[in-house]
Design a protein around this ligand. Structure first.
Ligand code: ADP
Ligand code: MG
Length: 630
């Protein structure tokens, strides 16, 4: 008899086990889905290895068998898959926690997402057996030649035992579950087990037997003719694949004969849970099959990353079965499949946008953030430009979406540009001094709330005849030619005399501010604000500038143009004061104050002390005058 050794579980696993063992979770039957899915994975691996090497070809049928012993209160799942060596057992179910284990534990404790879908998505399925088991033993023999069978046993608390066996066992794995007392009746009931298997494992690619009866019936749904498949079947398959509890938002069943032959069944999930939990950002991509044989789960060569919200299965005819995962990467067939699939997904989205705007909006709300990264896909630039959505000054609220085409349908006569501005929120943008002229002229501006939006705009550049222009880069003279819709409060024209004083005043302000600004000039774009900062010609937008500075860890304040609104009451007062005494200290104080307030608005003011001090002294003075005048 070989030695028996005892090993401690890794800490994360213990924690997870603790949650599972004590879970009051009602849908405990999903443990069977997980055991069957592992058995199916093991069979897929066996088939893959056997077809790519010469060591295949024994007579064991590839299948999964579930049996029960009512008296002993046990349930057993047997597969004829790859099996595991001693080292593999230790690595796979004991020592090494999956990367997501800690995250799963956190989410499970939060209790917002059903444990059911968490377990499936996080790849910790094996341990779910401890929701129903007092003890589990895994007896397994690897397909590797001369591999010795091993037995792993554990009550799922703190440690597990390992033992090499002298027996000569067939290839594969046998999992024996000693059921908890209160669950024995339920999970030794063959009829119940059959219904559990049909519910959760109907699409498994290998025959599943419960007792002597084969239970699952629908493998490879993607190879069936479309007209034979009901939407319920599609939804069922989606749930099987994604562990989602809801139906898919969209289903794409694709059959292509040229330039390469393949079938695909793709889905757009109703919610972007992977993205929201920040987890699984690396686990995306459809499962790749070659003529029904699973080659790789979540293959990333099949779709570009900006379509990573798409889940599903792709089954290619024209690839050799023994293709290695490494050579998939620069395989010409794969590239053709990928390019065809990408086009198909984009077409589907275009059609959806056209036929069902509400549903498209739902899609955008969930997956738009990911999709936007598609600005790097230059080949599909035009289609991308049709599919992106933004909020707009013309929308009723922050949730409404506008396409570039929508914008174009609303442009003013003679308008040749599409304008956009980046800001933290709709409120912030609605108050931005840079947009005052747009409000005055009633010209629409697309509102961008995420840094990536500006990259997208930069990449799109043109839409039909229209150039995409950042609002802060728009030429005020061009805008000024449009009719004014929102009148400024009636202001008197500056007299000849005042106009020349203004020039001197601006020069004086420049003198006060020195090198902190490149230029001080009269502004055309302002109506409500006394000043704003703008970029010297040919510069990137302020938000882009901020991103670039953040990346290069540059914390200095950029030098900009100070634009002054000659029609603002404060500026008019400054002109009067300046006329009386060019050296009045108020001019200097006001110049500093206006400049720093503008910096504050742009998010560049790092030290507010001087600004606050000045406000306080100005308030003290003005309140003094107020008291006196009473
Ligand atoms: P996942 O299936 O997502 O990898 P699990 O917790 O379900 O996570 O399983 C952990 C690992 O244990 C599997 O990746 C596999 O290597 C191994 N394993 C589990 N069940 C079997 C089995 N029946 N045959 C071979 N290996 C298995
Ligand atoms: Mg699993």
């Amino acid at each position: 008899m070989a030695q028996k050794s005892t090993h401690k579980f890794k800490a994360e696993i213990s924690q997870l086990l603790d949650i599972l063992v004590h879970s009051l979770y009602t849908n405990k039957e999903i443990f069977l889905r997980e055991l069957v899915s592992n058995a199916s994975d093991a069979l897929e691996k066996y088939r893959f290895k056997a077809s790519s090497a010469d060591n295949g070809g024994d007579d064991l049928p590839a299948e999964i068998r579930i049996s029960v012993d009512k008296d002993a209160g046990t349930l057993t799942v047997v597969d004829t898959g790859v099996g595991m060596t001693r080292e593999e057992v230790m690595a796979n179910i004991g020592t090494i926690a999956h990367s997501g284990t800690a995250e799963l534990t956190r989410l499970a404790q939060e209790g917002k997402e059903p444990l059911d879908s968490l377990i499936g998505r996080f790849g910790v399925g094996f341990y779910s057996v401890y929701m129903v088991a007092d003890e589990v033993s895994v007896t397994t023999r690897s397909m590797e030649q001369d591999a010795a069978p091993v037995r792993w046993t554990s009550d799922g608390r703190t440690d597990y035992k390992l033992q090499e066996l002298d027996e000569d066992l067939p290839r594969g794995t046998r999992i024996e579950v000693k059921l908890k007392e209160d669950l024995k009746d339920q999970f030794t009931n063959v009829e119940h087990l059959k219904s559990v298997v049909t519910r959760h494992s109907n699409f498994v690619n290998f025959p599943i037997f419960v007792g002597d009866e084969r239970v699952n019936t629908v493998p490879a749904l993607w190879r069936e003719p479309k007209f034979q498949i009901t939407s319920e079947q599609y939804a069922e398959f989606y749930k099987f694949l994604s562990f989602d509890t809801e139906d898919p938002l969209e289903t794409m069943h694709i059959s292509v004969d040229a330039p390469v032959q393949f079938n695909a069944l793709l889905f757009i999930p109703p919610k972007n849970t992977d993205f929201l939990t920040g987890m699984n950002r690396d686990n995306w991509g459809p499962d790749l099959y070659v003529r029904r044989v699973l080659i790789q789960r979540q293959n990333k060569e099949l779709l570009p990353e900006y379509l990573s919200f798409v889940k599903g299965v792709v089954d290619v005819e024209d690839l050799p079965l023994n293709i290695s995962r490494e050579t998939l990467q620069d395989n010409i067939v794969m590239r053709k499949v990928s390019s065809t699939l990408t086009k198909q997904v984009l077409s589907h989205l275009e059609k959806l946008a056209k036929d069902n705007g509400d549903r498209y909006a739902e899609f955008w709300k969930e997956h738009g953030a990911l999709f936007k990264a598609g600005y790097m896909d230059f080949i599909h630039k035009d289609r991308y430009a049709e599919l992106v959505r933004f909020n707009s000054s013309a929308s009723d609220d922050a949730d409404s979406l506008s396409s570039l085409a929508d914008y174009v349908s609303r442009v003013k006569e003679g308008q040749k540009e599409i304008y956009y501005a980046y800001g933290a929120s709709r409120e912030a943008l609605s108050l931005s001094p840079h947009l005052e002229i747009f409000r005055r002229k009633g010209i629409e501006v697309l509102f961008l709330y995420e840094p990536i939006d500006e990259f997208a705009m930069d990449a799109i550049r043109e839409f039909g005849e229209f150039k995409l222009v950042a609002a802060e880069h728009a030429d005020p003279a061009t805008l000024d030619e449009f009719e004014t819709v929102e009148k400024k409060d009636d202001v008197e024209e500056l007299s000849q005399d005042d106009a020349s004083t203004l020039d001197k005043l601006l020069a004086r302000i420049k003198e006060v501010l020195g090198d902190s600004v490149t230029e001080v000039k009269a502004s055309k774009r302002l109506s409500d604000s006394p000043v704003c900062l703008s970029n010297p010609d040919g510069h990137v937008t302020s938000s882009m500038d901020k991103i670039m500075r953040a990346m290069s860890k540059d914390t200095s304040v950029p030098t900009k143009v100070l634009e002054v609104n000659p029609d603002h009451a404060l500026v008019r007062n400054m002109i009067d004061i300046f006329k009386q005494d060019e050296n009045d200290p108020f001019i200097e104080q006001a110049a500093q104050q206006l400049f720093e307030s503008a910096l504050l608005l742009e998010g560049y003011l790092t030290d507010p002390h001087a600004l606050v001090g000045r406000i306080q002294s100005l308030l003290t003075q003005s309140s003094g005058w107020y008291v006196k005048s009473k």
